[in-house]
Design a protein around this ligand. Structure first.
Ligand code: ADP
Length: 653
């Protein structure tokens, strides 16, 4: 059988190059990565053995074999193994999105000390072997395959792959370590030798203890022991000699961390475990460790990451929790255990009640899984509420990362809307910070009977929206909903704690404190503006439902508002951007009877019923109102030309 030589993809090559030439410290983490892969492979075999007894064989352990003489370190597992195609797919290729993002980060990270921890994050763990090895040889046998596979590479552009005679199930990875003693001078110059000796049993023990202690399978190594001479009964002979023997020693405690009482676990242990589960290099911001008894017995160990993952909002991010049943690993990424909007929560659930022989499909439909999900959701939301009450700065930091995701809850679980509303932090016209709905209510002015909000494209635009003018004048605070997801929130959350939430850009402004003088004034104006309003309405009939005098505006000439049950202009635009066919919704154009421009238009309309200019001005009014909301104009060039013309006329006076 001859070996096939293949080239790494450009992406992989780039990454390997970075790995070899840019990372100098903490190289020891390569071992964590390889042990973690072996542990995953053992998880898979253990799970499949539940339905395929053939796979139950084996010791389910990970063995380290250092060889100081030949400068190699070999890592052996009796896990699931790989077929020829799997080696090509998994070892020859890197998931594209991950490696690109990784390479970017690696380049961006100025300090070398920060870089190595990035490795685990993007699913490029195996390649970390090349940080310490000149050459890597992988041999692997999958159960039931007629042959094994041998893969080999020096990490420079190419690898070879061939079929080899059948061997024991599992994977064996041999690293030919970069070592002063074996480097040629050119090699040594190109790749600095390792500072640590990875064939030293002491070093290996330390690394395993530090990074892989909780791995559920024994990580073993043969170590030298001195055995005293013993008599026939197995008792040491007094004054006898001692001889050197090799003895297999287990290096990790293997304690499934989550089964230990929370009080006995150190923060560093949680952090290392979090890293193992998520491959995130940063510390988690929150740890929730729950032991639940009663109707349902399970343990959950949940983490909120410190930062939102780069793919949190992409279409198919990895989501879900790991599922264990009575400490046996069942499945990765079980999406059914947490609701979609809490997908940033990572970790695991270990249930005592689910049947061990479940298949993935069964898990998806199991009622008990649904019960756990509901329970966890309550726990998580409850935890957030407590944080908000007891440690506002920490909650604000969490909200900054995941608030947008949490708000999606209004869409996915409208039934939870009150609980979600309790933990909302929202920007408002009051100051620059974020407020809870409770705090906003405490600032209601006398006579105010509703919360007001405005949706649109970001806080900046919203703050200056003409629709807010009357609120500013009367000192009424308005919630500024500037994110796309806020439209969903506004659509679902119609009241909080018995008080309605109303759009500042819809319908009559019920719930605002009465302003008797403004009301009288408006009634008086009605008469005077009747002619103008009728003409504007006729001229703009294709675009607006009505033209009325505004009670909202104090400084601007015009704005658009929707009917009480209508859709906001912002939502309409969003739906269109998402490719939804939206019939154009006609809104109401409100004009400000106090504004000099409107007064002038009134005079023009009264003076000359035929004046052609009124049509042009009507269109300009509508365009202005659209522009102020950040909405696109039908004909922006025409609007620009008209403004310039108006300027010329005004300046000539
Ligand atoms: P990740 O583990 O993050 O997916 P790696 O580059 O470390 O990325 O590994 C790529 C893939 O190669 C793994 O997902 C797995 O499918 C396979 N693999 C790696 N090591 C082993 C192993 N010891 N046994 C079986 N499969 C392995």
């Amino acid at each position: 059988m001859t070996a096939e030589i293949r080239s790494f993809q450009a992406q992989t090559r780039k990454l390997l190059d970075l790995m070899i030439h840019s990372i100098y410290s903490h190289k020891e983490i390569f071992l964590r990565e390889l042990i973690s892969n072996a542990s995953d492979a053992l998880d898979k075999v253990r799970f499949e053995a539940l339905t395929n007894p053939e796979l139950a064989s084996g010791e389910h352990k990970i063995k380290l074999i250092p060889d100081a003489e030949n400068h190699t370190l070999t890592i052996v597992d009796d896990g699931i193994g790989m077929t020829y195609d799997e080696v090509v797919d998994h070892i020859g290729t890197i998931a594209k999105s991950g490696s690109e993002a990784f390479a970017e980060k690696l380049k961006g990270a100025g300090s070398d000390a920060a870089t190595p921890d990035l490795i685990g994050q993007f699913g490029v763990g195996f390649y970390s072997a090349f940080m310490v090895a000149r050459r890597v040889v992988l041999e692997t046998q999958k159960q039931g395959e007629p042959e094994a596979v041998r893969w080999e590479s020096t990490g420079d552009g190419e690898y070879s792959i061939e079929r080899i005679p059948k061997r024991e199930r599992g994977t064996q990875i041999t690293l030919f370590l970069r070592d002063k003693a074996v480097e040629t001078p050119e090699e040594a110059e190109d790749m600095p030798p390792n500072e640590q000796d990875f064939t030293s049993t002491w070093t290996l023990k330390e690394i395993v203890r530090k990074y892989s202690d909780f791995i559920a399978y024994p990580v073993v190594m043969d170590v030298e022991k001195y055995e005293l001479e013993k008599d026939a009964d197995g008792k040491p002979v007094e004054g006898g000699t001692s001889k050197k023997v090799m003895q297999e020693e287990t290096l990790n405690s293997q304690k499934a961390l989550w089964t230990r009482p929370a009080a006995s676990i150190e923060k560093a242990e949680y952090n290392e475990f979090y890293r193992h589960v998520t491959k995130d290099w940063q510390e988690p911001s929150e740890v929730l460790h729950l032991h639940v008894e009663g109707m349902q017995e399970y343990t959950a160990l949940l983490f909120v990451p410190g930062k939102a993952a780069f793919d949190l909002y992409s279409r198919e991010p990895r989501r879900g929790l790991q599922l264990y049943i009575k400490r046996v690993f069942i499945a990765e990424d079980v999406a059914e255990l947490v609701p979609e909007y809490l997908r940033f929560v990572k970790g695991l659930v270990d249930s005592s009640d689910l049947p061990l022989n479940v298949s993935r499909e069964v898990v998806q439909q199991d009622r008990l899984v649904g019960v756990i999900k509901k329970h966890l959701t309550n726990k998580i939301l409850g935890h957030f509420k407590e944080m908000l009450a007891n440690d506002r700065p920490r909650y604000e930091a969490l909200w900054k990362e995941f608030g947008t995701c949490i708000k999606e809850g209004f869409h996915y679980e409208p039934a939870q809307k009150q609980k979600l509303a309790d933990i909302l932090l929202l920007p408002t016209t009051h100051g620059t910070g974020l407020s809870t709905l409770k705090e906003i209510k405490e600032r209601f002015v006398e006579g105010q009977a509703a919360y007001y909000y405005l949706t649109g494209d970001g806080r900046e635009i919203l703050e200056h929206a003409p629709q807010l003018e009357v609120f500013k004048k009367r000192g009424v605070e308005v919630i500024l909903l500037g994110e796309p997801v806020d439209e969903i929130l506004a659509g679902i959350l119609d009241s909080y704690d018995g008080t309605d939430l109303k759009s500042a850009a819809k319908g009559e402004l019920e719930g605002l404190p009465e302003d008797a003088s403004a009301k009288e004034e408006k009634a008086a104006q009605g008469e005077q503006f009747a002619e103008l309003l009728t003409r504007l309405k006729a001229l703009l009939a294709d675009d607006v439902a009505d033209v009325v005098l505004s009670s909202r505006l104090t400084d601007s000439a015009a704005c658009l508002v929707a009917g009480e049950d209508g859709m906001s202009g912002h939502l309409e635009r969003m739906m269109r951007q998402m490719g939804q066919a939206m019939p154009a919704q006609k809104r109401v154009l409100e004009v400000n009877g106090q504004h000099a421009a409107i007064v002038a238009l009134r005079d023009l309309a009264d003076r000359d019923k035929q004046d052609e200019r009124l049509k042009e001005y009507a269109e300009m009014l509508l365009d202005q109102a659209l522009l102020a909301e950040g909405a696109p104009l039908k004909n922006p060039a025409r609007f620009a030309r008209r403004v310039a013309d108006a300027m010329a006329q005004a300046a000539n006076h």
